[in-house]
Design a protein. Structure first.
Length: 403
């Protein structure tokens, strides 16, 4: 965890305290950019940002808020999927109602489900992100490879990387939240290409993890590991190390959220990156890609600095705020407009978004945060040999059905 404070130009007649923001460490570049833009428009405002690892943020933020020690503005995950998700924090009264702010009327209808509870808006959606294979173009050329369109081509690409003394994908599942990304990327196709309403079917009791394409996704996850597509010791590799493996040429790429593009380019600005959807079948037309609002921010309902917090929320939802947050961060504005300059690395994500072949991040539609936490645990146990695919699926079904 690190602290970045940006001081204002002096005391203000209306702002007498520092605005405290807590953000996910993966969104550091985006938040730094939007804070700088906010302070250009509000030069007397004082802002301090704390960047915290995903797992720590999800576990500590609810406690901080309940003990009146929470920040004024903070990362909130869409949906239900973890303790710091929208529905969890709203249910305990920790989120201020943002419905009166101007940005609300510009939120797209298909995004409102991640920003509202009972038709009241509680978070500002900051970006639209995807999960896929982010890779170094030079490393891809070095192995004489091209973006795979089929599962067999993906396996062949793994072999080419190994032949050149590299791995295709750095995998850092010592960091728990990373465990979910590869099978999310695969499940987008193995589950949702054939059953687009799978999340609804799960919620109505008509589908389960065990009797669905999740089994294929896990089988392919394991196959990639056994084929040597991943780091030699995924359980001993952190997220940060996986980024360094790409930067330093030990891996061609990494399966990650698009916001991690900024972490790679911050460490190695000279790298040219691209991104592709992970194929899971030999029919390219079936390939889907996880794509959804990824980062969102709420205002502490008990903030002592609520006026400035609401002002920041309004700015983040404005065109200037959305552009600042997403420009150079490997993501798209959650509140889109035609004036945003799209980065070439996002071409694949935009193509799937326009084609209607994106799938919401799976945990956003799970009914309680225990499902995601169990998923982290089960994938680590699967890779350590302490369970098998049947065990993973049974455990996920059990916690999904808990009330």
């Amino acid at each position: 965890m690190s602290l970045s404070a940006c001081g204002g130009a002096g005391p203000s007649s209306t702002v007498d305290s520092t605005l405290k923001i807590t953000a996910n460490i993966t969104d550091r570049a985006a938040m730094k950019a939007v804070v700088a833009a906010f302070q250009r428009e509000n030069p007397k405002a004082k802002v301090a940002v704390t960047y915290t690892d995903t797992d720590r943020l999800q576990s500590t933020l609810p406690t901080q808020l309940s003990s009146d020690a929470g920040p004024d503005v903070f990362t909130v995950w869409p949906g239900y999927g973890n303790p710091a998700a929208l529905r969890m924090l709203e249910a305990t009264g920790r989120l201020a109602d943002l419905s009166g702010l101007d940005f609300v009327r510009r939120v797209p209808e298909d995004t409102q489900w991640v920003t509202q509870v009972s038709h009241r808006t509680y978070v500002v959606p900051a970006n639209y992100s995807g999960i896929g294979a982010i890779y170094n173009k030079k490393a891809m050329r070095d192995i004489d490879g091209t973006e795979p369109e089929t599962w067999d081509e993906l396996l062949h690409l793994c072999d080419r990387a190994k032949a050149e003394g590299m791995v295709l994908f750095a995998l850092g599942i010592k960091t728990p939240w990373v465990t979910q990304l590869a099978d999310y990327a695969l499940a987008a196709t193995t589950v949702y290409a054939e059953q687009p309403d799978f999340a609804v079917a799960m919620s109505e009791g008509r589908a389960t993890f065990a009797d669905s394409g999740w089994r294929k996704a896990l089988e392919k996850y394991v196959e990639l590991d056994e084929r040597g597509c991943f780091s030699s010791d995924p359980l001993g590799t952190t997220y940060e190390r996986s980024v360094q493996d790409v930067v330093e040429g030990r891996a061609v790429g990494v399966i990650q959220v698009a916001s991690s593009i900024s972490a790679i380019t911050a460490a190695a600005p000279e790298l040219q990156l691209a991104m592709f959807a992970l194929p899971a079948t030999n029919n390219p037309a079936q390939t889907h890609m996880p794509g959804s609002v990824s980062a969102a921010y709420g205002v502490n309902s008990e903030s002592d600095n609520k006026e400035l917090a609401m002002k920041f929320a309004e700015f983040l939802g404005s065109e200037a705020g959305q552009h600042s947050y997403n420009q150079g961060s490997g993501t798209l504005p959650a509140i889109p407009d035609d004036r945003f300059t799209t980065e070439p690395v996002l071409t694949e994500l935009i193509g799937h978004q326009k084609a209607g072949t994106t799938v919401p991040f799976m945990d956003q539609l799970w009914p309680n945060p225990r499902v995601q936490q169990e998923h982290f645990i089960q994938i680590q146990q699967l890779f350590s040999g302490r369970t098998d695919i049947d065990g993973v699926l049974a455990a996920l079904d059990e916690v999904y059905q808990e009330q």
